[in-house]
Design a protein around this ligand. Structure first.
Ligand code: MOS
Length: 734
């Protein structure tokens, strides 16, 4: 591997910097109309009356779609639900309102401004019903979900109750995390255009094939009649993993008006109808001996869902495998609130769960009088105790070592509130990062052209993660081409199908398929040359020919020919190969996870409670790193979000009306550059020959895990105050 691993610049960098990368809301079509989604203003009940007369007569207005005149969908629009990616949608099929902010009408006009004005003039009367808006009040009605993503809702090994009662050190602790909402720079957007029975959608999504299937099923039309295109995404983070109501509404509006329709969500509309992270309450009961060895862990997680669908934040799943403990009980419970259905949000499960677990392990370490890092080492899991499987690779011990050394953990005074710099209290905390390494079936194709170019295609996405770049590197190595001769294309359902670009699995899934396709194509080229009397390599044996920088060379150095020349003589003047990839039985033989160790320093103003995070060190074992630069950015982005989760982010639900009161970027806080100090990322080399052919374990999400816990632990170390409710805002320290 010559190009894989190198810190290659993003191949799409120039397009992004020059503004030529086109995002969904930037596409226009002839005769395109603009749609605006109108949302309910009550949290529960029925629509009594909609008066659209005034709106319909306003300048430029083409249509006002409501449940009275919207096209009737097969099965009431419910046909598409395929959890976990499919969602129960609001498609104007009835008069029911399930949450404040639910789509209840769509205004279509010649311009966005005209649509906005007409939407403001729309009069909707409701018959409101009592709404469940308080997590606290809903808790007595908590129930068990059927599944937690693809795992059991509850697990139990050993006897945690008995082990707890015998433990010399034990604690019972409750942590909470608030609702949060995805705030990608690019909001959701859809442009829908029908051509007879065929529908084309430009859609900002993490999963063109998923949108295609959901839309086709909802309309009851063949999948092949729907084409979805999306070449650039300005961030998704799980929020764009499902096709939400607006996608279908844009297609319905286009169908009913006979015009291409563009529907763009504005920032406040990201708070509700397109998912978010649910609120969690997590109780951990832990017991250890005097040496810090865990004797029992119980992790009970409750999170909210909507009233129309079960979606569970898998917070306690991480506790099943992260530490060595014989007696472990985990449970998940749901409470229903009248809010939009939650969904995957970066590191779903681990982001919230590792905050609670890593805080609790830290608390127990003080109780036992053991260094927090030592506590983790004493409880290091040599295998996955949940399923009894060995890890395919696990350099976590080395991550702890090199991370601690780089950070200077040994200079930490273990006593809380003992370190100071000027007037600032100094705290040092750490946490463990982890996230499963998975892959889903994926396909890719390569076309080797007679001009020496290779075009590689798969329907995956680049969420800003570096997919374009990394796939180019993988293809270049597998083909024996220079990366400049490879063009990777994505985001079109006409390309071979890729899975959802989520779950940190794009490299493992699509990368493996790209590698397979390109490997086949290279073999084919060699075969053609060896079989061709016109080739200088004619008659050579296949093993004696290598491909390098677009040249076929005999190993003995005597003969060579350009790949392009071989292709120019090939039957179709082209070589096309498809590659497929899917997980095999390695998933039954190994437990596969990325791991890392995070160390943070916080400075806290003792009088004002202001919290700064001047530096973070993260050391990660993520298998083979495909591109050191984009990988570094992924992990750094994860740490930034971890800091954000710990200190800033919180969607505040108005308990009277069920609207989010801070649905904008001035009051929903995300970090600015000034909020972020030094972030030092270390890669701990790992050879993983089991996880997949590339040896890559995925690093999109692991960077976010462990960080919030590390910060909470550092805050405790700085102040002696334990904050168990995120975000840790200064008022909680006063
Ligand atoms: Mo993600 S939450 O894997 O897009």
């Amino acid at each position: 591997m010559k190009h894989v691993g190198a810190p290659m610049d993003r191949v799409d960098g120039p397009q992004k910097v020059c503004g030529t990368a086109r995002y969904t809301a930037e596409f226009t079509l002839p005769k395109m109309a603009h749609a605006l989604m109108v949302q309910s203003t009550v949290a529960s009940g029925r629509i009594l009356r909609i008066d659209a007369n005034k709106s319909e007569r306003m300048p430029g207005v083409i249509a006002v779609l409501t449940h009275r005149n919207a096209m009737k969908l097969p099965k009431g629009g419910k046909a598409a639900v395929e959890p976990p990616h499919g969602r129960v949608l609001s498609l104007l099929q009835d008069d029911r309102v399930h949450y404040n902010g639910q789509p209840v009408a769509v205004v279509v006009a010649e311009s966005m401004e005209q649509a906005r004005a007409a939407a403001a003039a729309l009069r909707i009367d409701y018959d409101p019903a009592p709404a469940a808006l308080s997590f606290e009040e809903a808790k007595p009605r908590a129930y068990s979900p059927e599944k937690v993503v693809d795992a059991e809702a509850d697990t139990r090994r050993g006897d945690s109750l008995k082990a707890l009662s015998n433990a010399p050190c034990r604690m019972n602790l409750t942590y909470t995390t608030p609702m949060e909402h995805h705030n990608p720079m690019e909001p959701h957007a859809t442009l829908a255009a029908w051509d007879g029975k065929k529908l084309t959608l430009y859609d900002s999504t993490q999963y063109v094939a998923g949108v295609q299937k959901t839309v086709a099923k909802t309309f009851g039309i063949p999948t092949d009649d729907v084409r979805v295109i999306n070449q650039f995404v300005g961030g998704g983070f799980g929020g764009k993993g499902s096709a939400w109501s607006h996608v279908l509404l844009a297609a319905m509006a286009s169908r009913q008006t006979g015009r291409p329709v563009r529907l763009v969500l504005d920032r406040p509309q990201l708070f509700g109808p397109v998912g978010g992270r649910p609120q969690t309450e997590q109780t951990l009961a832990l017991g250890c001996d005097r040496g810090g060895k865990l004797l029992a862990v119980e992790h009970h997680a409750t999170s909210n869902t909507s009233t129309v669908e079960d979606w569970t934040e898998s917070s306690a799943v991480v506790t099943r495998m992260l530490y060595d403990c014989a007696n472990v009980t985990t449970t998940h419970r749901l409470v229903q609130l009248n809010v939009g259905t939650p969904t995957f949000q970066r590191a779903p499960g681990e982001a919230t769960g590792s905050f609670a677990l890593e805080s609790a392990i830290d608390e127990l370490s003080y109780e036992a009088g053991i260094d927090p890092l030592q506590m983790r080492l004493v409880n290091y899991a040599e295998k996955d105790l949940q399923n009894g499987l060995p890890y395919s690779s696990k350099a976590l011990r080395e991550c702890y070592r090199v991370g601690a050394e780089r950070f200077g953990w040994s200079r930490r005074n273990p006593r809380p509130r003992s370190m100071q710099q000027g007037r600032w209290l100094v705290g040092m905390g750490m946490g463990t990062a982890t996230r499963p390494a998975k892959r889903s079936p994926a396909a890719a194709r390569v076309r080797l052209m007679p001009d020496g170019q290779a075009i590689v295609q798969s329907s995956t996405e680049d969420l800003g993660t570096g997919t374009y770049t990394v796939m180019t590197q993988i293809a270049a190595d597998a083909l024996g081409y220079a990366p400049s001769r490879v063009r990777f294309e994505l985001g079109d359902t006409r390309f071979p199908e890729a899975p959802i670009a989520a779950g940190s699995m794009t490299v493992e899934s699509v990368g493996s398929a790209v590698h397979a396709a390109c490997d086949k194509a290279r073999r084919r080229v060699i075969q053609l040359a060896c079989d061709d009397p016109l080739s200088p390599l004619s008659g050579a044996s296949l093993e004696d020919v290598i491909v390098e920088d677009g040249w076929l060379r005999h190993r003995d150095g005597t003969r060579r020919e350009q790949v392009a020349a071989v292709i120019a003589r090939a039957p179709e003047r082209m070589i096309e190969m498809q590659g497929d990839s899917e997980a095999g039985d390695e998933t039954k033989r190994y437990s596969m996870h990325s791991f890392g160790a995070v160390f943070v320093e916080v400075h806290i103003d003792p009088e004002l409670g202001i919290i700064r995070v001047p530096r973070t060190v993260g050391a990660y074992g993520v298998g083979k790193v495909m591109n050191e630069k984009t990988a570094h950015s992924q992990l750094m982005g994860g740490i930034v979000w971890g800091i954000s989760q710990a200190l800033l982010e919180e969607s505040v639900l108005d308990q009277r009306y069920g609207r989010f009161v801070n649905a904008n970027l001035s009051e929903y806080h995300v970090p600015t550059n000034a909020d972020i100090g030094d972030i030092d990322i270390l890669f701990v080399p790992e050879q993983d020959s089991q996880v997949n052919g590339l040896g890559a374990k995925g690093l999109g999400e692991v960077g976010m895990t462990g960080v919030a816990g590390a910060i909470a632990n550092a805050v405790y170390h700085a102040t002696g105050r334990r904050i168990r409710e995120l975000p840790i805002t200064l008022d909680k320290l006063l």
